[in-house]
Each structure stands twice: as C-alpha cells, then as structure tokens.
Ligand binder design. Structure first.
Ligand code: ADP
Ligand code: MG
Length: 728
C-alpha cells in the first residue's frame, strides 16, 4: 500500500477488488444426480457389498442391532475402493471432541516403504478402531496423562464421506471418541446413548397406544444456522475478529438494522454465488440443505437443512459449518459463526427444530386437524412439557457458553428464562384437559386477503411467537436458544434424555393405573391432567422480551440463569446427575468432566478477549489518539503564531485529551485484572473473568467508541462497523 493511500481507498478496494480464488466448480441444476455422491451411501453399498454383508450392516444402521465386527474387513475394502475411485489418498477417523468442533488425523491409504515401493493399508481394524493419541483434547480430568489412551470407534449409522481439497481428497469416517475406560470424551457418544434411551421409552409408550409395527423411534432435528459474511479485506485488519471471532471495539454506526431493509431482502450477487457453491458441496455430501435468506442484520444470512435423524443432523451441522467457513475464502469473504460478532447488531443463533419419528415415518408430534382427540399426540406433547419444566436448568446449561451470553436475554434472542410457547389452539386443548375431557379444537380458518385475485390461505391454528425460547411450530418444537457457533449435540442429548425420562414416568403412571383396572383412556386422561396441573407454569404465550414476563416468571418460580456460569452450576444438581445416569447417557464422572470443561472454556474465551482488548487498546487505539493530540497541539501553536485564535482547535484538544485520560485509566484497570487469574481452579478463574475482566473490557470499549467518533477518519486504525456491515 502506498503511503498516502487513505482508509477510504481500502473500502473501495474491498468492494471492488475481490475475485474468485478458484475456477468455480461445475454446478448443475440436477441435484438428484449429485446428491450424496461424496458419501458411502446405500446406493454405493448395494453396488459394492455382498448381500449378506450389506444385510448385516443394515441391521445395525437401520435397526440398531449390535455391529457384527466380522463384516468390517469386507466393508473396509469396499469403502477404500470407492474412496480411491473418488480421488482419496488418505483416510481419517473424524470425531467431535469436547472442544465443540471436529478433529481429524489423516493416514495415508498407501505407505511408502524405505526399500522402495509401497504397501496398501486399510483393513477392517483401521475402519472400526483408531487410536489417535489425541491426548491434548480436553477431558475434564477423565484422562490423566498416565492413562492417556483415547480411542475412536466407527459410527456405522452416519455415512462416511469424502472431503476434497485443492490437491486431493480424504475419506472421513464418523467416529465416537472415548477413553480406554470406555468413558465418552466426545459429543457423539452421549448423543447416541440418549437417542437409544428415547427410542426405548417412546416405543414402550407407543405400545400402549397399540402401535406395534415401529422398531425404532428417532429424534429428528433440523437446525437453522445464522451467520455473517464480511469482506476479508476488513477481517484481516481487525485482529479482534481474527483472534476472538467477534469485534471487541466498534461504535454503533449511524445506520444499523433499523430500516429493516435487509431482512429477507434480495440476496447480493456475490453472496448468492457463495451460497450456491456451499449448497452444491453440501448436496454432494448428502446434506439436504433447503432454505437460504437474508437475516435481520445487514451482512447476516441463514441456511437451513431439512430435518434428519439427530445423530446425522449433528454430523451434518459440523460439516456445514466447516464448508461455510472454507468456501467463503474463495469469494473473498469471511464467514463469522460467532453469536455476537457486532455489538448492538442482531446476533446469530441456531434454531434447533426437534421432534420424534418412528422408523415407519410417523411424526409423534403431529397434532392433526383436531388435536383434542389425538391422545397419542397429547401424550408425547405433554411429555415434552413435563421434561422442559423439570429440566429447564439443564436445557439452559446446554446452550451456555461465553459467546451465547451476549445473545440470551438481550432482547433480540430468547431470554435466559426457559418457557414453552404452545400457541392458542394447544393451550386451549390443555386448558380443557385440566378442567375435564377436551371437547374441541379451535379450528384453522381461512385468511382472506381482501381481494378476489389472491388465493385464500389456510390460517395456521397456532400463530408464531418469535420471542419464545422453546416454541411449538406445527409439528415440532423449536429450541431457539442454541448458539450459532455451537455443536447441536449436547442440547439434543439433553432434550432426548429429559423427554425419555418424562415419557418413562408418564408411561409408568398410566401402566400402574391400568393394573388397578382403570381403563386406558381414563388412565391417560389422568396422567395428562397431572402434567398440566403440575407443569403449566412453563407455558407462556406472550412476549418473552417484556419486563413483565421477567417478573411473572420469577413469581412462577422459573429459573432465570442470566449467564453461563450460573447455568453451569446447575449441572451438579442431584436431579440432573440422576437423569443422565439413569438413562445411561452420562455417568457422574462424564458429566463432571463436561462441567469442568465448560468452565475452562468460558475462562479461556474471556481471558483471550481481555488480553486482546488490552493489546489493541494499547498498541492501536491509544497511539493514534495521542498522535492526534500532537497534531492538535501543533496546529494550535502555529495558528497562534500566525496571529489567529485557535479556539476550535483548543476545544477539540481538550475533549480528545479528556478521552485519552479516561482511556488510559480504564486501560490501566483492565491491565490489572488481566494480570490476575482470580485463583487456581477453573471455577475461580471463570468467575474472575465474569466479574472482573468483562466489566473492565466493557469500560475500555465504551471510551474507545467515543474516540472512534472523535478521531479523524484516516487516523482510525481499523475498519468500522458501517464498512464491515454494508460494503459487499
Ligand atoms: P418453519 O416454517 O416452522 O420454519 P420449516 O418447514 O421451514 O418450518 O422448517 C424449519 C426447520 O424445521 C427445517 O430445518 C425443517 O427441516 C425442520 N423440521 C420440519 N419438520 C421437522 C420435524 N418433524 N422434526 C425436526 N425438524 C423438523
Ligand atoms: Mg423456523
């Protein structure tokens, strides 16, 4: 960059200078032809596996029977052959450690010999088990270094897939990751265990309703992912974004999202090209992405897949985030998945749509036209109500992390208080149940649009409520408090487990009454009545953002766990430990390990932010403010020498000098709390971050925003919000 180029020039450069980094891959409108072509799917297996082997494998993947290890060699050979045909040179056990992201360690299919030549390597053993010696992943104390062995185990229920890079391709085998004691060190293992628990209890309940043909009940999940795209020219000039994923400085721009012109607006050309590219890669990987649109904030977008079984949905979520990040670079963009990249601007979440479905395709949360006489639906819906009320704190903890603290309760995302939105129709049905037998369902009427040329639309019986953290949306619940950067595994592990527990209890109640010769319908009615009487406090159809709700929720005795640390503390509660243990999802040690890691991650995240704030304030912002003071002082002097009165200059100097003094002091205080860790345990450190570091970071930030508004534009050392958000 030439010396006299100004920041204005950089903005123009960002807007104009991007070009495709690679020739775009061949996109085709024939999605059918490419869907899943990079996965070792049923079609490939049919072609490559002997019949009996395929059958044995399907018994595991589709019916949940134990894996027959003897088939592994044959499957491995077929998988390798297929992968090599697709250009793969390496394979990896792809797993999800407790960092919340994914991990891989690549091994070559072919190993060069010292004496020349090469030996092929990929046996059944390589497929089934790996020992990545990944001892640096967090284990929350489960793995001391002397017992550091960690194993990966093939998850045959999630298809292996191929990830291409510029110069090759890698076969990725979804795996679970556990210690040599068999304790889960990852997010997948407990998720699979929770799915098993849910399936068992739901099948038991279905049998009461006479449903006998189902062999498995799956939790189904479709999660809508929000994200930001900004030009990489800006990104790399913002060390805070590079280091922490969010801006630690930035004054509110004169124009934010108040015009509401971006939401669902026409998608900018470059962004659309990016989205299309991402979608085609995901189609090839068998990820059924369906919708895309602009979100509320400028520069914010959303992508959503069609729902799948929850284990596969969780794997696909991770692949999606990875591909979104990687592909952005091709278009000169950076994809920000942080919950709150820009203060004062709408944050990003991941709406987790959740339901239960039998292997025969019956959605257990489908109310039909007349929910009041759909007792099976009411049973499962009541189980969810009961579960969410009894384990509000667990659900809240499952979405807690430093990034999400900026969103939850900040009047743009659901509050930190968990409640359920049922909608008019269902609330009415449950009210009737409370009083006696339900007789009717408020019907869906037609929505006339006041002109004969437009069609009459069916009006949904339940309206939407955008402010609810847990909303019934037609035939599923939408858990909206999940953070955009988060793995969906733990929130769904919690959901599956607590609903399994509620179904279990309700089914037992019904069965016990039936043994006492009470008719099924009556026993069921009593059970539902019990749920609504005991748990109706969790139902709230109003505005979750309002002050009144906070008061009302407190009156009802609902939890309001305002930040991550308050939520993490709940993981140690007896009832929470008990529910995980009872359904074999997490034993006490495994849960304690997770709590430990959550505290540790919170501490580390905020610690890095605190240090980064200090460093940028000290080395980027303070120096330019001082330089400006110098310029003002010199100007005042020369003005005077030339016989004019520098009143304006001196006033400006006074103001800026005042800010510099304040800034220097705030920085000093931040420095002091940064220099301290608050104690030795991760808990003490985490609380030090929350109670000491965050407030001081915020003070520094507030004065920096004033400086940003006071300093000359060409002095300001980093791109500002209006540039990052609006230049596309
Ligand atoms: P909405 O209009 O409520 O946003 P959509 O049909 O657009 O509904 O779906 C939003 C998300 O919910 C999608 O990811 C979709 O696949 C998912 N979804 C729909 N039905 C189910 C279900 N039965 N279980 C889980 N997720 C579902
Ligand atoms: Mg939705």
């Amino acid at each position: 960059m030439s010396k006299n180029s100004s920041r204005r020039y950089e903005v123009v450069a960002a807007a104009k200078n991007w070009h495709l980094r690679e020739t775009p891959q061949q996109l085709t409108a024939d999605i059918n032809a490419i869907f899943g072509e990079h996965t070792f799917n049923l079609e490939v297996m049919r072609e490559k596996l002997p019949k009996e082997i395929l059958q044995a494998l399907l018994a595991t993947t589709e019916k949940g029977q134990p894996l027959d290890a003897r088939i592994a060699d044959v499957v491995a050979m077929a998988m390798k052959e297929w992968a090599v045909e697709h250009g793969a040179t390496h394979f990896t056990h792809w797993f999800q450690p407790l960092t919340g992201s994914t991990a891989e360690k690549h091994d070559s299919f072919v190993t060069p010999n010292i004496g020349g030549g090469a030996t092929a390597k990929f046996s059944g053993k390589d497929l089934i088990q790996g020992e990545p010696d990944a001892s640096s992943f967090p284990s929350g104390g489960i793995r001391a270094t002397f017992e550091a062995r960690g194993y990966t185990a093939w998850d045959p229920t999630s298809p292996a897939f191929i990830i291409n890079n510029h110069n090759g391709a890698t076969l990725c085998i979804p795996t679970a990751f556990a210690s040599w004691t068999g304790e889960a060190l990852d997010t997948k293992t407990p998720l699979l265990r929770s799915m098993e628990a849910l399936s068992k209890q739901a099948l038991r309940a279905l049998a009461l309703f006479g449903v006998k043909d189902a062999h498995k009940v799956y939790a189904t999940v479709g999660s809508e992912q929000e994200y930001f795209l900004i030009d990489e020219e800006f990104y790399y000039r913002r060390p805070d974004l590079v280091t922490t994923g969010r801006t630690l400085f930035g004054a509110k721009p004169p124009r934010g999202q108040e015009l509401e012109d971006h939401y669902f607006g026409s998608i900018p050309e470059r962004v659309l090209a990016y989205m299309t590219d991402v979608e085609y890669q995901l189609y090839r990987l068998g990820v059924p992405v369906k919708t895309r649109h602009n979100e509320v904030a400028p520069g914010q977008f959303e992508i959503a897949p069609i729902f799948e079984n929850c284990n596969i949905a969780a794997d696909h979520q991770q692949m999606m985030m990875q591909i979104m990040r990687n592909t952005a670079r091709k278009y000169g963009l950076v994809c920000l998945l942080h919950e709150k990249p820009f203060a004062g601007i709408n944050g990003s979440g991941k709406h987790n749509n959740w339901s239960m479905s039998t292997d025969t395709g019956m959605n257990l949360l489908e109310p039909g036209e007349t929910p009041h006489d759909n007792m099976q639906f009411l049973f499962f819906c009541a189980a969810v109500i009961k579960a969410v009320d009894q384990y509000q704190d667990l659900l809240r903890a499952s979405v807690a992390h430093a990034g999400n603290d900026h969103r939850l309760g900040a009047n743009e995302a659901p509050p930190a208080i968990i409640s359920i939105f049922l909608g008019d129709q269902l609330e009415d049905v449950f009210n009737q149940i409370e009083k006696g037998k339900p007789e009717s369902s408020k019907s869906k009427d037609l929505l006339g649009l006041g002109t004969p040329v437009l069609p009459h639309l069916p009006r949904h019986a339940g309206d939407r409520n955008r402010t609810s953290p847990f909303a019934f949306t037609g035939n599923k619940f939408e858990f909206r408090a999940v953070g955009s950067s988060q793995s969906i595994s733990f929130p769904n592990t919690v959901l599956n487990t607590i609903v399994a527990a509620a179904i279990d209890e309700l089914a037992t109640t019904v069965e016990t009454r039936m043994k006492a010769n009470v008719a099924f319908e009556q026993a069921l009615h009593e059970a539902l009545q019990g749920v609504i009487k005991q748990h109706k406090r969790i139902i709230f159809n109003g505005d979750n953002y309002s002050e009144e709700w906070h008061k009302e929720a407190e009156r009802r005795g609902l939890f309001n766990l305002r930040n991550s640390l308050e939520a993490f503390e709940r993981l140690h509660e007896k009832k929470n430990e008990a529910v995980f243990a009872k359904y074999g999802v997490l034993n006490e040690r495994e849960l304690a390990a997770r709590a430990e890691i959550f505290f540790d991650q919170y501490f580390k995240t905020v610690n890095i932010e605190g240090e980064t704030t200090e460093s940028l304030a000290q080395t980027m912002i303070l120096p330019v403010a001082i330089r400006y003071l110098h310029e003002l002082a010199t100007t005042a002097e020369t003005t005077k020498r030339n016989g004019a009165e520098p009143t304006g200059v001196l006033k400006t100097l006074q103001e800026v000098n005042g800010l510099v003094n304040d800034f220097r002091e705030a920085l000093q205080r931040l420095h002091a709390v940064n220099a301290d860790l608050g104690g030795d345990t991760v808990h003490q450190k985490a609380y030090h971050m929350r109670d000491k570091v965050i407030p001081e970071m915020n003070n520094v930030r507030i004065i920096a925003a004033k400086l940003e508004k006071a300093l000359p534009d060409d002095f300001w050392p980093m791109p500002v919000y209006s540039e990052m958000l609006f230049v596309k």
